[in-house]
Design a binder for this molecule. Structure first.
Ligand code: SAM
Length: 239
């Protein structure tokens, strides 16, 4: 996706970038490519692919939520900053926390934030299960893109979402995985408000954004340890 098409597609999403924001995205793209030469951050390394599969894809979240109405956002398993860092650039009022267990990725993001002179970005290097200990039900919006399956991701993200806030999962087109997670989402205090299906422009790969409202407190025993989350997924198996 070239820059022109990027701006055109963003307009369709109702986003009009300022020149300053475009400068920031270009600098992000350059720094990502440069850093990726010595540190493995992403397999997507060409400008047009970065603009489509990382930047545009991150911004499709606006199909589900108006971020102007919220103050803070946590991006779980942010990797090289998707969607959290892109959202900070385009919605600068947001106080954004970027969390990842991979310190190389967190260091990249710290350097990028310094380069772009952004304020209101916090970092957490560590596992989301540990972060939950002191940060339960603290965030207006919690996002997760391509982190793990929907059932496990719900157990990791819903405990961190405020009552009346939203957990927004950005997934591919695996319908079954989403259906499978319905029981867990309910148990964890969430309610699926909307599921938005669409194809990415140009390459037409399928996407699903699941918008989950936090309607009840998450029981204190969740999240469990990661090995348990994986081994015993929250399923309605009649027990
Ligand atoms: N969200 C980014 C994106 O869409 O490009 C990164 C996706 S990458 C496939 C998954 C990331 O989640 C990795 O950077 C990994 O370190 C992180 N991750 C997976 N499980 C995690 C956990 N339990 N706590 C913190 N980070 C985790």
């Amino acid at each position: 996706m070239n820059r022109e098409k990027f701006l055109e597609e963003l307009n369709k999403l109702g986003i009009e970038l300022t020149g300053y924001q475009m400068i920031h995205l270009n600098a992000y793209c350059e720094f990502l490519k440069e850093y990726n030469k010595h540190t493995n951050l992403t397999s997507i390394t060409e400008d047009e692919q970065i603009f489509l599969k990382h930047f545009y894809d991150s911004l499709t979240i606006v199909k589900a939520i108006n971020l102007n109405e919220y103050d803070n956002l946590l991006d779980v398993g942010t990797g090289a900053g998707f969607p959290g860092m892109v959202l900070k650039i385009v919605f600068p009022h947001l106080h954004v926390t970027l969390l990842d267990s991979n310190n190389k990725k967190i260091n990249f993001l710290k350097e990028l934030v310094m380069k772009l002179e952004l304020r209101g970005v916090e970092f957490y290097h560590g596992r989301v299960e540990d972060f939950c200990q002191k940060n339960r039900e603290k965030f207006d919006v919690v996002t997760g893109r391509a982190v793990t399956n929907m059932t496990a991701l719900s157990e990791l993200c819903l405990p961190l979402t405020k009552i009346d806030g939203y957990f927004i999962a950005m997934k591919g087109s695996n319908e079954e995985e989403i259906k499978d997670a319905e029981y867990a989402i309910k148990m964890l205090g969430g309610n699926i408000e909307e599921q938005i299906k669409f194809n990415l422009p140009i390459e037409e790969s399928g996407r699903n954004i699941i918008k989950i409202k936090k309607i009840k407190n998450t029981p204190k025993e969740y999240p469990r340890r990661y090995d348990k989350i994986v081994k015993y997924p929250l399923k309605n198996n009649g027990k």
